[in-house]
Design a protein around this ligand. Structure first.
Ligand SMILES: [Fe+2]
Length: 344
């Protein structure tokens, strides 16, 4: 449910909302994240600081919008998911650097831009969903997904989706492009069907027996387990277990949700207060609870449901290294024809 303020921000003329944005005691958040996911955080922030937070939710075109608004943009803070989108905001010139002692001591260096143009707030593991019935394995590596023992048993969403590109980029960072190309070919040969659907539908396909293992993000398991609106999803989750790849060596690939200070930020002081709040242990726990992700601030705990998945050992590869290899990853997906599905 969108607040009235958010609706006003979304529909009012830019000039009018910009004027409102410059009033004291406000901060404007441009968000790719659903308003209901961030509302509990915002409520707590307002309670503690008295600063009103307005949320403009966008499902696309955030960078274009801020660019078009130019110097009069009311955007103070950008909230989004995936390193791809954070880098897109930085490269699109709609962020500004922030060097803040408080934030930098709370958020580990591998989860933030060295220049302070974006900061990770939560992590999500890209894990293996495996059939409880048909997969006795209790451990796995990403490398092993190319092993012929999984032939005809692997499912995944579109290879070009940013969640897969992040993982494939991490493989390039660890093993190089040549290895990753062979590995992707192995994955393609192991596919049970053409890449299709979203992460949740891979769990559904495991339940129906179409595949035995799949790639998926951790938080979807929490979302499926608690989906009272669509209880069928609880069954998909119940049919699968999570295997955290590479738990015994470099750790599981994680991506981030994050925040950036907008280029023109008319309420810059309040924006910084909000960003400092978001990095606090208290806010991290509220956020992590809401989205079934992992807090980045040491000492903050994930939700009980997420804890029930078992411990995650995150790969410590800096997210900038993943960003740097995304383009090559995307080219390799096309080169091996991953989205064409299994070869005959
Ligand atoms: Fe997602």
């Amino acid at each position: 449910m969108r607040s009235l303020r958010a609706a006003l921000l979304a529909t009012a003329a830019i000039g009018a909302s910009a004027a409102a944005a410059r009033a004291d005691g406000e901060v404007n958040i441009y968000s790719y994240r659903q308003p209901e996911l961030i509302q509990p955080l915002i409520d707590q922030f307002t309670k503690e600081t008295g600063i009103e937070a307005n949320v403009l939710f966008l499902d696309k075109g955030l960078v274009e919008r801020i660019t078009a608004e130019g110097a009069n943009s009311p955007a103070d803070v950008i909230l989004t998911v995936d390193i791809g989108r954070l880098v897109e905001a930085k490269d699109g010139g709609v962020t500004q650097p922030l060097v803040d002692e408080t934030i930098n001591t709370r958020i580990p260096a591998q989860y933030r831009d060295p220049a302070g143009e974006w900061f990770g707030l939560t992590t999500r593991g890209r894990v293996v969903y495996a059939s409880k019935e048909r997969v006795p394995e209790t451990a796995i590596t990403y490398e092993e997904l190319a092993d012929p023992k999984w032939k005809g048993r692997l499912c995944m969403r579109d290879g070009q989706h940013s969640y897969n590109i992040g993982l494939f980029a991490s493989m390039i960072a660890h093993h190089g492009a040549e290895y990753t190309e062979k590995w992707l070919t192995g994955l393609k040969q192991n596919l049970a069907r053409k890449p299709d659907g979203n992460d949740r539908s891979q769990a559904k396909a495991i339940m129906s027996g179409e595949c035995d293992i799949a790639l998926g993000n951790t938080y979807y398991v929490g979302l499926m387990m608690t989906n009272d609106k669509d209880p069928e999803e609880k069954e998909w989750a119940a049919a699968t277990k999570i295997l955290f790849p590479n738990a015994a060596d470099r750790g599981t690939h994680v991506n981030i949700s994050g925040v950036a200070l907008a280029k023109h930020a008319p309420n810059k002081d309040n924006a910084i207060k909000l960003m400092e709040f978001l990095s606090s242990k208290e806010a991290q726990q509220i956020y992590a609870e809401q989205v079934f992700e992992y807090p980045v601030t040491p000492g903050a705990e994930p939700s009980e449901i997420v804890k029930s998945f078992g411990p995650i050992k995150p790969d410590t590869l800096p997210l900038t290294d993943i960003a740097a290899n995304r383009k090559t990853a995307s080219e390799l997906v096309d080169k091996v024809g991953l989205n064409d599905g299994p070869s005959n």
